[in-house]
Design a protein around this ligand. Structure first.
Ligand code: GLN
Length: 538
């Protein structure tokens, strides 16, 4: 029988509810308990795939090709599981499903209402995760902040859920913020009191309160929260700010959170197995050297857009025992003066993206990396730009472009496949999810993976145009990976370069702390060869 944990957030957004939920998953898994995760997103979009990165941050892609919230990335990395479409549910999906059933006449003449129909559909989605993933515990993170109009149906649904499943099978954890007022040197509990008050108004009494705080939780704050929020003092748990998010599970463990959860859910578990995690965290915190990698993107002011890339660089750094100092560069700004921004870097990465803004800056950055022998990793749009750069500057196709940016280019080296040309609707219609990629022997990619065939996740509409394959390869571009069934180019490399790899897929989605992605790992290794600074322990 499955048990259910619900994580809600109070006071304000960006408290790290995703990391907290993922950490709880890590901890239960470290006790030998099988876990799956579910994220509820209260917006009306069916999925985040159609949203601007400025609005939403990264769109994480699961194996089955679902475009999901970036918290699923945290879950996969922390808990070490692969999630699917049923692990991310939005208001848009709930309403679409209910309206579709109504049109089919499935409600037999009844009036369709938020309670019980919308809330019923939400509960069904929680049970679906338990059933499909066959785990002992499902952790559900309710997006948004308590008090928002949008998240109300989700909160009402989980209130009812406890009634049906029983107290011993459900647990409510509330993450809140204790602001520190330096003038009076005090942690303030009032916002927490209000947010728990809001929860109790709708019938949810949290079992555990996680207090995000800058300084250690004081006894006074603990007892106030206990008194006003109707929990015992031992149920108030410190969630102190940390530099390295992978430390959060270790901190929670120290606070006794795992034992408290197990006790409340009446679960028996094995001895904790966090030693390896701990060693890995130490490795991240005590690097032997440092390399600087420039990420040339167009949404760099919104760091969440490149979440998985950032994490994959951390994992790759740890594997090489260096800290990766990531320099976020706005592509438009480096246009016409790449040297100023790029000369001091040990590696250059051009990530995925859409639309034409910043393209020329990215192409210039790639040309600089190619000509100066700086290790380069291009991802999706980064690979497409690398193809354009090579076509223009090496194969002398001056006006080469992607038909995404110039529909009338005489040399569409990146183009739509005929089946994509027919598609009009934007939602969920790109090449999405896992495809096999066969690797060319003796390529840098083959060396990195140590395998002949790999499976990687995609999210793009445009492809390498095979009409230019012969010309470009004659000039020295190497096709290092292909999707055999459709003869699509998946990886390009440049042979007479220290390390130049560009992939049509997104390797960052598969990188995990203790199994860093091979391409990221070798990219950082190559960057170290270019020059890394040795750090001396203080
Ligand atoms: N815009 C490009 C395409 O649709 C690249 C997409 C991406 O980088 N994820 O093919």
């Amino acid at each position: 029988m499955t048990k259910f944990i619900f994580v809600t957030g109070g006071v304000l957004s960006s408290l790290g509810k995703g990391i907290a939920s993922a950490s709880i998953g890590t901890l239960l898994k470290s006790r030998g308990i099988s876990v799956s995760m579910l994220k509820f997103d209260p917006y009306i979009n069916v999925d985040p795939g159609t949203m601007s990165p400025f609005q939403h941050g990264e769109v994480f892609v699961t194996q089955d090709g679902t475009e999901t919230d970036l918290d699923l990335g945290h879950y996969e990395r922390f808990v070490g599981i692969n999630l699917s479409s049923h692990n991310n549910v939005t208001t848009g999906q709930i309403y679409s499903a209910v309206i579709e059933k109504e049109r089919k006449g499935e409600y037999l003449g009844r009036t369709i209402q938020v309670v019980p129909h919308i809330t019923g559909e939400i509960q069904e989605r929680i049970r679906k995760v338990a059933k499909k993933d066959e785990v002992e515990v499902v952790i559900t993170e309710v997006g948004g902040t308590v008090g928002d109009i949008e998240s109300l149906p989700f909160l009402e649904a989980i209130r009812q859920f406890r009634l049906e499943e029983g107290r011993e099978n459900t647990l409510f954890i509330h993450l809140t913020l204790l602001p520190y007022i330096s003038s009076s040197a005090e942690l303030k509990t009032k916002p927490t009191q209000h947010s728990v008050g809001k929860l109790r108004e709708i019938g949810i009494q949290p079992d555990l309160i996680l207090c995000r705080t800058q300084i250690p939780l004081t006894g006074e704050a603990r007892s106030k929260i206990s008194l006003f929020c109707n929990v015992e003092e031992k149920e108030v748990i410190q969630a102190i700010d940390v530099e390295n998010v992978y430390e959060v599970p270790l901190r929670f463990e120290k606070e006794g959170l795992t034992d408290k959860i197990l006790h409340k859910l009446n679960l028996t578990a094995s001895k904790t197995d966090l030693e390896e995690w701990q060693r890995w965290v130490e490795r991240v915190n005590h690097p032997r050297g440092e390399v600087s990698v420039g990420v040339v993107g167009k949404y760099v002011k919104m760091k969440d857009t490149y979440k998985s890339i950032n994490e994959a660089l951390i994992h790759a750094g740890a594997a090489n025992e260096v800290r990766v100092n990531t320099v976020w560069l706005e592509a438009e700004e480096i246009e016409s003066q790449p040297e100023t921004y790029l000369a001091s870097l040990h590696g250059i990465l051009v990530p995925g993206g859409f639309g034409m803004r910043g393209i020329e800056g990215k192409i210039e950055a790639i040309q600089y990396a190619r000509e100066q022998g700086i290790p380069f990793l291009g991802i999706c749009l980064g690979m497409q730009c690398a193809t354009i750069e090579f076509a223009r500057n090496v194969a002398e196709l001056g006006q080469a472009n992607s038909s995404e940016f110039d529909p009338h280019t005489p040399h569409p080296v990146i183009d739509l496949l005929p089946e994509q040309k027919k598609i009009k609707a934007k939602g969920g219609t790109m090449r999405l999810g896992v495809y096999p990629c066969e690797l060319a022997r003796n390529s840098l990619s083959h060396k990195a993976y140590g395998e002949n065939e790999v499976y990687e996740r995609h999210r793009h509409r445009y492809e390498f145009n095979n009409k230019y394959r012969d010309l470009l390869t004659q000039r020295g571009l190497r096709i290092a990976g292909t999707f055999k069934d459709k003869d699509l180019v998946e990886i390009t490399e440049i042979s007479d370069h220290p390390w130049f790899v560009a992939t049509q897929f997104h390797p960052e989605f598969k990188s995990r702390p203790r199994s860093p992605h091979p391409l990221f790992r070798d990219f950082i290794k190559a960057a170290m060869k270019r020059g890394s600074q040795t750090l001396t322990e203080p």
